[in-house]
Design a binder for this molecule. Structure first.
Ligand code: ZN
Length: 98
């Protein structure tokens, strides 16, 4: 398993440093978002089809206090309201610096 390096930002985010867009973790051969993994450890299983969203808008953040459950629609609307949609277009080329 790859080691994960984190840093606390001034917004209180626990941000994963050594990842691109989303930190991932492989559990039992399945690749899942690290924020989902952390959420499950803290709050319990995530219902099927439910997303774990970031209240801080930092995809690399794994602070359980910044995570909340939402549907795909919530997630989309949340992203839209934060102006994420534009960025998503160039996903493969994008290297975000926070
Ligand atoms: Zn955060």
């Amino acid at each position: 398993m790859k080691e994960i390096y984190v840093m606390e930002t001034n917004k209180g985010c626990i941000q994963v440093l050594n990842c691109l867009e989303y930190p991932m973790r492989t559990i039992k051969g399945k690749s899942i978002g690290l924020h989902r993994y952390v959420f499950e450890q803290v709050y319990g299983p995530i219902p099927k089809g439910i997303y774990v969203c970031h209240s801080c808008d930092n995809n690399k953040c794994i602070n359980p206090e910044h995570l909340f459950l939402g549907t795909a629609k919530d997630n989309q609307q949340d992203a839209l309201s934060k102006g994420k949609r534009k960025r998503a277009k160039n996903k493969s080329k994008e290297y975000t610096t926070w």
